[in-house]
Design a protein around this ligand. Structure first.
Ligand SMILES: C[S@@+](CC[C@H](N)C(=O)[O-])C[C@H]1O[C@@H](n2cnc3c(N)ncnc32)[C@H](O)[C@@H]1O
Length: 208
């Protein structure tokens, strides 16, 4: 996470300006807390948004049901529903972000059209399903600054293979490729995908 945030800042120059960053899939706020701390440590001015239902995974669409591995627990019962917006606000409050953090409660499909227009330096997509990945990528990909970074938290998650399917489908006609980041956390080995948004400058460099 730290590497990807610093990478984004390295590509998108301008430490003094405001950098917009987002996390889709906040759950209890643990990864957002880490990301915001990393953002502060860079010395750059990050403005964060976080989007979640704060009541768990929404009902799966047809495609997600079709792609879910047999006997997946989320086919049978709610998942990630042990959280509330108020608890997450209280958890993140000591970071003192003030109005540099805004949490949105609701479905991605409802929240995204209500967001102010702006360009993003960093986005963490941590939302599991096929449908939500497509919604997220369709919204954020064109709003990433050149050199901005999208972290694909679930793209190598075997329990949610629909994430990789959606990402590959979305990127099929785009010039970017996914870099695999391998690390470990308290549950073991973790693989994440990282996408650096190209722009006219980076595309010209690739073609040369
Ligand atoms: C694995 S959790 C996120 C974990 C978090 N990033 C962390 O590491 O602490 C996935 C979250 O995505 C949210 N989510 C999934 N689909 C969504 C959608 N369509 N709209 C809003 N939130 C969604 C769920 O509510 C859940 O809290």
């Amino acid at each position: 996470m730290a590497i990807s945030l610093r990478l984004a800042l390295g590509y998108v120059s301008g430490k003094k300006e405001t950098h917009y960053a987002a996390e889709l899939g906040v759950y209890r706020g643990r990864s957002l807390q880490v990301l915001m701390s990393e953002g502060m440590a860079t010395g750059a001015n990050f403005n964060w948004i976080g989007i979640d239902t704060f009541s768990g995974l929404p009902p799966l669409g047809e495609k997600d049901r079709e792609l879910a591995p047999e006997n997946s627990p989320y086919l049978l019962r709610p998942m990630y529903d042990d959280t509330t917006l108020r608890e997450v606000e209280a958890f993140l409050e000591p970071m003192g972000m003030g109005d540099r953090l805004k949490l949105y409660e609701g479905l991605l499909a409802d929240v995204l059209p209500s967001l102010p227009e702006r360009m993003y330096t960093f986005v963490n997509i941590s939302i599991k399903t096929y449908e939500a990945h497509l919604q997220a990528l369709e919204y954020f990909y064109p709003r990433m600054r050149e050199g901005g970074v999208i972290v694909l938290d679930d793209v190598y998650n075997r329990r949610f293979p629909m994430a990789e399917m959606a990402v590959n489908e979305f990127l099929a006609d785009k010039p970017e490729q996914i870099f695999q980041l391998t690390g470990s956390d308290n549950v073991g080995l973790v693989k994440r995908g990282l996408l650096v948004k190209h722009g006219p400058d980076t595309i010209a460099r690739i073609k040369r």
